[in-house]
Design a protein around this ligand. Structure first.
Ligand code: PLP
Length: 483
């Protein structure tokens, strides 16, 4: 017998929800199938923003009415990263197969901090696949995280803890003045991790790069020697496998040798570039990555898995299991049988409650296969090479750094303008490309000058899209010259 005032969020009418969810699936398929006909990006108009500015609802509305608002006010104004002409920052596009995984994950709504459940088995399987694909040895541990930022944080935590005495209890005072090394091209998530970990960004050495934008090994060696002479404790080198500005890959084999000789931890930030290992023609450039002590990379960028999905691999599994995350709590301990009797992911990273990230990765791999994923990586690299040859045919357009993978930085350099005026032209060019819904490159600074960049991690891009970009750059460049 129910108590008279018991309520639930389950519907009285399941069939009404069935109908609504079927409609949502139909809408989603239509959206995905028609992406190419939509603008690459459009700003959310003020009336729409206004419509969303509401006090927190005290009373619920019908699910249909809420869904209609979502269709009208939210779905059209995404960041655009699913579009065939989305090349800004380093964004993944997702797949229709990934949508299926998200539906299943949403319905299961299982929590994966630990435990005896299919999600644990699948996460271990995905980590095992990742270990093999990245060439790491047995005994490697790994964890699925939101993205490479957290993967870098976890990798650097294990590095810090392995370098100091009892750092989890004593903090960095147990380790001395640790120093960390990366190149001037490394991602800001490395700075964030070093700050969060209490090492301090003053002790992050950003080493100069060579003409190819790879870390200068002589400068790195000199920086380490100088720090040792000054009483610092060099702990870790962060190598790049694909930088955001031009896709540069550091000489990872040389870094592995250097770290072995200096007794330093080698962490590699391979957020997007690491998965270029799936493309046979790109493997040589990544040689040495498999020797890293830890490797961070994303599935949600070049492998097209829906957000959020990143991975950290740690070669010395024992060091990973002893690091700061390894706290045990009575309320989280596993019994020998039952629902708790499984792996404890919460002891390998900062999160306790965790989404079932493994399913969308596992399903993407199963649906697509590593061969096709590798072919798509190769396709994007060739598209980037093609674009790097096409853009200089536009008067005044230059490619601003060597193109080694899938990233093409470029800018207009109108001959009569000085540097500051050129920056204005290129910023305006970028904003017009985006605002007109033509394409989404993003911006950066290279050599002190504002530069557009096209990072192709997009399985929907065709060469005609890049040709359309080139033609628009030329046309807008003429407009700007006339202004
Ligand atoms: C994207 C990126 C990151 C951060 O990854 P998230 O998944 O966005 O957290 C780190 N390093 C590089 C080189 C990146 O491209």
């Amino acid at each position: 017998m129910n108590l008279p005032d018991e309520i639930t969020l389950d519907p009285a009418d399941w069939n009404g929800w069935r109908t609504l969810l079927h409609r949502a699936v139909d809408d989603a398929i239509d959206d995905l199938a028609q992406l190419r006909a939509r603008p690459a990006w459009q700003p959310m108009p003020e009336p729409v923003r206004e419509a969303l500015r509401q006090p927190a609802p005290v009373h619920g509305s019908s699910a249909e009415a809420v869904y209609d608002d979502v269709r009208r006010h939210i779905v059209p104004y995404s960041w655009g990263n699913t579009h065939p002409r989305s090349w800004g920052w380093v964004n993944g596009t997702g797949t229709v197969g990934g949508l299926l995984a998200e539906i299943v994950t949403g319905a299961m709504n299982t929590n994966v901090p630990l435990g005896n459940q299919a999600a644990s088995v699948l996460e271990q399987q995905v980590i095992e696949w990742s270990r093999e694909l990245m060439g790491f040895p047995e005994g490697t541990t790994g964890l699925l995280v939101t993205g490479a930022s957290i993967a870098n944080l976890v990798g650097l935590t294990v590095a810090r803890d392995a370098m100091g005495e009892d750092v989890p209890s004593r903090g960095c005072s147990g380790a001395g003045a640790l120093t960390v090394y990366c190149s001037s091209e490394s991602h800001s998530s490395v700075d964030k991790a070093v700050a969060v970990l209490g090492i301090g960004t003053n002790q992050l050495r950003r080493v100069a790069v060579d003409a190819d934008m790879r870390i200068d090994l002589a400068a790195l060696r000199a920086a380490i020697a100088e720090d040792r002479a000054r009483g610092f404790r060099p702990a870790c080198v962060v190598g790049n496998a694909g930088t955001v500005n031009n896709g540069a890959i550091d000489d990872l084999d040389a870094l592995a040798d250097l770290c072995a000789g200096e007794d330093l931890w080698l962490h590699v930030d391979g957020a997007f570039g690491a998965v270029a290992r799936l493309a046979p023609a790109r493997r040589a450039a990544l040689r040495g990555m498999e020797r890293a002590d830890s490797l961070a990379f994303d599935y949600h960028k070049w492998l097209q898995v829906p957000y959020e999905a990143g991975c950290i691999l740690v070669r010395d599994g024992a060091a990973h299991r002893r690091a700061s995350f390894a706290l045990t709590r009575s309320y989280l301990s596993a019994l020998e049988r039952g629902a708790s009797a499984g792996p404890d992911f919460s002891q390998l990273g900062p999160e306790l409650s965790r989404a079932f990230r493994a399913l969308k990765i596992w399903m993407t791999f199963r649906q697509t296969g590593t061969e096709t994923l590798g072919r798509l990586v190769e396709q994007n690299c060739r598209q980037a090479t093609w674009l790097s040859e096409r853009l200089p045919r536009i008067p005044g357009c230059v490619v601003a750094a060597p193109v080694r993978l899938n990233v093409v930085p470029f800018r207009l350099e109108p001959p009569l303008l000085d540097g500051a005026a050129r920056d204005t032209v290129n910023r305006e060019l970028l904003m017009r490309l985006q605002e007109r819904g033509i394409a989404i490159p993003s911006g950066t600074i290279i050599g002190g000058r504002f530069t557009l960049r096209v990072a192709i991690t997009n399985h929907r891009t065709r060469r005609e899209d890049l040709e359309a970009l080139a033609q628009s750059v030329e046309a807008i460049g003429r407009e700007l010259a006339a202004d």
